[in-house]
Design a protein around this ligand. Structure first.
Ligand code: NAD
Length: 256
């Protein structure tokens, strides 16, 4: 099995890459962070990490040319790239920050998909997993470009599922809630600063928004990716699957 992962050299992407490599797959990940790329190359046997900027289609092309240099086969694409983007009311957001978030969180999925699709078709089938978020089902105050990107990913997923299904390629979106780790810690810190609350208050507020009152873990995401890419998932396509303890709503208290 050969697997390509966008922006996968740390966080959730690294955990997914490791899970495939441990099964004997040949895994390719790209990331803009040279330190994360070097760490994967040194520590994860079976993973080839490549420095690339997924917001730049030329850079994405070079990543896929690196994969094709080892052979045309591709079974799995995990579109995982994503930044949290700015935190703030819409009217205060900087245009460049908006564009950067849409470029990384949405346009990169198109740049990677357009290169992966001919390889998946030639393979006679495969699996695409697009990393969305639980914000794809709700409005989420203060995180508008992130939320807009994740809603768009659901539309992209369903359209890809329709276009690729006849060729045996299934396409699904995953919608994690907050995932334990440094990224959500940074998000919570920014939100607390923006709304004049403590980190503890914001974390408790986020957890209270889902029925299980908890955060997801990398291993929860990995398990669902593995399920969808295995024969167990071979009749599942076009779905947006929550891994979020059942988000009841994402309204934040904007008042005091
Ligand atoms: P992370 O910040 O831990 O890792 C993201 C990686 O992307 C980093 O290694 C970073 O260097 C890389 N990256 C950023 N911009 C890039 C670019 N332009 N080109 C290439 N690489 C780039 O994030 P994560 O938690 O692993 O998130 C992975 C995905 O899961 C994202 O799509 C995110 O929106 C989604 N998600 C995360 C959470 C969460 O709470 N962590 C919740 C829901 C959805």
């Amino acid at each position: 099995m050969r697997v390509a992962i966008s922006a996968g050299a740390s966080g959730i992407g690294k955990a997914i890459a490791n899970s495939f490599a441990r099964q004997g797959a040949q895994v390719y990940v790209c990331d803009v962070d040279p330190a994360a790329v070097a760490w994967c190359n040194e520590n994860l046997p079976g993973v080839v990490a490549v420095e690339a900027d997924v917001a730049d289609p030329v850079s994405v092309d070079a990543f896929f040319e690196r994969i094709a240099a080892d052979g045309e086969r591709l079974d799995v694409l995990v579109n995982n790239a994503g930044i949290a983007g700015p935190t703030g009311p819409i009217e205060t957001l900087d245009v460049d920050e908006w564009r950067k978030t849409i470029d990384i969180d949405l346009n990169s999925f198109f740049y990677c998909a357009r290169r992966a699709i001919p390889m998946l078709r030639a393979n006679g089938g495969g699996s695409v997993v697009n990393m969305a978020s639980n914000v794809a089902f709700h409005g989420f105050p203060l995180r508008s470009p992130y939320t807009a990107s994740k809603w768009a990913i659901i539309g992209l997923t369903k359209t890809m599922a329709m276009e690729l299904g006849p060729d045996g390629v299934r396409v699904n979106a995953l919608c994690p809630g907050s995932v334990e780790g440094p990224r959500i810690d940074r998000v919570i810190e920014k939100d607390a600063a923006c709304r004049g609350r403590t980190v503890e208050q914001v974390e408790a507020e986020y957890k209270s928004q889902n029925s299980l009152r908890t955060f997801a873990r990398n291993e929860d995401i990995v398990a669902m990716v593995q399920f969808l890419c295995s024969s167990a998932g071979e009749r599942i396509s076009g779905q947006a699957i929550g891994i979020d303890g059942h988000t009841e709503g994402l309204s934040l208290r904007m008042d005091n």
